[in-house]
Ligand binder design. Structure first.
Ligand SMILES: NC(=O)c1ccc[n+]([C@@H]2O[C@H](COP(=O)([O-])OP(=O)(O)OC[C@H]3O[C@@H](n4cnc5c(N)ncnc54)[C@H](OP(=O)(O)O)[C@@H]3O)[C@@H](O)[C@H]2O)c1
Length: 273
């Protein structure tokens, strides 16, 4: 399928799943905006993908998602330089250590990098995405999900890296449902997925876990949601790889989603109250 004239932003495109999805998009002719947090690594990966695919229309954008000001700058740079964005793939993610880490913005690390930063980025890019309809937002979530305790979203008690990670991943799915509702009839669809169980990437290897799923399966599943006609019109839904699936029950709790959305708007500075 030719993706000529399609512009796709892939966050966390400097390694693992995101890098391989970016390569596949480039091979199929898309203009790929690669995002990462490290300029030198980004330059290297961009050169590598250019050499491997012959693609000339690749760009790298640097932003640390643990810094909300950098997320705002990323959105500003992308919208200043592109008047269309056909697909946004929120893929960047972190699985941190067993010591709870807070960002300079005052959020628990997983909450911010995996959930709040992509929430903010998507909101800021939404006018450009809507202007490019039919367009898609794909949230790379996980089968690992844990419900929010709204009295302790920053996990001051009972923190574990897995809990922080799983809570943030459910947040992405909750936002997928909300955003899809808001965008009904706009031609913009929003989906989320579990790309694969313990794929052989840095995240899994770094955690000392034995990989199970080849990362290529995650690439196929993510690429399909991003561009395949198979899933045209599907929105607000969660896929386990390529199979429609149910998320944790909290995702379908409207009051919980509203609470998370209000909190997210406030913590990301999109509302002041
Ligand atoms: N691997 C699995 O089995 C699995 C399973 C379910 C879901 N997922 C999800 O799949 C997505 C991709 O993960 P992966 O397995 O490919 O992991 P990975 O190889 O560790 O890649 C993660 C990407 O996110 C970037 N990133 C991390 N922290 C960042 C930050 N603060 N600011 C900006 N970018 C940041 C990394 O940048 P650097 O290159 O600088 O490190 C890298 O490009 C994640 O959302 C993950 O939760 C993975």
């Amino acid at each position: 399928m030719s993706l000529e004239n399609k512009t796709v932003l892939v966050t966390g495109a400097t390694d693992g799943l995101g890098k391989l999805v970016a390569i596949k998009l480039a091979q199929n002719g898309a203009r790929v905006l690669l995002h990462g947090r490290d300029q030198a690594k980004g330059d290297r990966v961009l050169a590598e993908i250019q050499a491997a695919t012959g693609a000339a229309n690749l760009e790298f954008y640097r932003a640390d998602l643990a810094v909300l000001a950098e997320v705002r700058d990323l959105a500003k740079a992308v919208t200043a330089e592109h008047d269309r964005l056909d697909v946004l793939i929120n893929n960047a993610g972190v699985l941190g250590g067993e010591t709870r880490q807070m960002t300079g913005d005052g959020q628990e690390l997983h909450f911010q990098v995996n959930y709040l930063a992509p929430f903010l980025l998507t909101e800021l890019l939404l006018p450009t995405i809507q202007a490019s309809a039919p367009a898609r937002v794909v949230n790379v979530s996980s089968g690992g999900q844990a419900p929010f305790d709204f009295d302790d979203v920053m996990l001051e008690t009972g923190y574990s890296a897995m809990r922080g990670y799983c809570q943030s991943k459910l947040g992405q799915i909750m936002n997928t449902i909300d955003l899809a509702d808001r965008l009904k009839g706009s031609g913009v669809t929003v989906t989320s997925l579990h790309p694969g169980t313990y794929m052989n990437t840095n995240m899994v290897i770094g955690a000392g876990v034995k990989p199970i799923t080849p990362v290529e399966e995650g690439v196929e599943a993510t690429y399909r949601l991003a561009v395949s006609p198979d899933v045209e019109g599907q929105s607000g839904v969660f896929f386990n790889q390529q199979t429609l699936s149910k998320a944790n029950a909290q995702a379908y709790d409207e009051a919980a989603r509203r609470q998370l959305r209000e909190l997210s708007l406030r913590l990301s500075g999109l509302t002041s109250d």
